[in-house]
Design a protein. Structure first.
Length: 199
């Protein structure tokens, strides 16, 4: 464990084992495993469907196709089912959605089992929100960055991203893993910790 300005960061194998062991213990409880699964599905669906609002509205909901064809069109929008995402971007999207599910299950467990107050859980919630925003940006990739950069006249810089916007999913994954580490570290020995970063 390394500290920087009083904030602990995971740097050793024991830190990684702590997160993995805590996540496994939380997910071994059926209620929290269900929370993680539902959040994963909802998060992935939100990312995928938000990128195809017109198609979902015009074809899946309001189209004249038979119900089986509508479901097939809907399923084709998801990574690894259809061709909308490359292997890298689809994998990143699925990983961020899964990490969001595990992180929220750990937050729910921590709040319920350790009596964590809303004030103490704000940092973890911020990590999940950052992760969700980052994953959403990965879904739309450089389009969001181009809009932001165009405010300062540098919209062409988005074309220099080597992974076509997957960088945002990597940042989101990092934020979620840090949130999970801080949660796991805070749950060690029943102490109430949470995110050490002041908001």
């Amino acid at each position: 464990m390394t500290t920087l300005a009083g904030v602990r960061f995971p740097t050793t194998r024991s830190d990684v084992r702590l997160v993995a062991r805590t996540a496994r213990l939380v997910l071994s409880l059926p209620a929290y495993a269900l929370v993680a699964l539902v959040v994963w599905i909802v998060t992935l669906s939100a990312f995928v469907l938000s990128q195809n609002i017109a198609l979902v509205g015009d074809v899946v909901i309001g189209g004249s196709l038979p119900p089986a064809a509508r479901l097939r069109v809907l399923a084709e929008l998801y990574p690894f089912v259809g061709t909308s995402y490359s292997l890298l971007s689809g994998s990143a999207l699925v990983v961020v959605a899964a990490l969001t599910g595990v992180d929220l299950a750990m937050v729910a467990y921590h709040v319920r089992e350790h009596g964590l107050s809303t004030r103490g859980s704000g940092g973890s919630a911020a990590g999940v929100v950052l992760g969700a925003l980052g994953a959403g940006c990965a879904a739309c990739g450089s389009a969001v960055l181009a809009g932001v950069l165009s405010l300062v006249g540098a919209s062409g810089l988005a074309l220099l991203l080597p992974l076509d916007g997957v960088e945002f999913a990597l940042l989101a994954s990092l934020a979620l893993v840090l949130s999970m580490y801080w949660l796991a570290d805070g749950m060690r020995g029943g102490e109430i910790g949470g995110c050490p970063v002041d908001l």
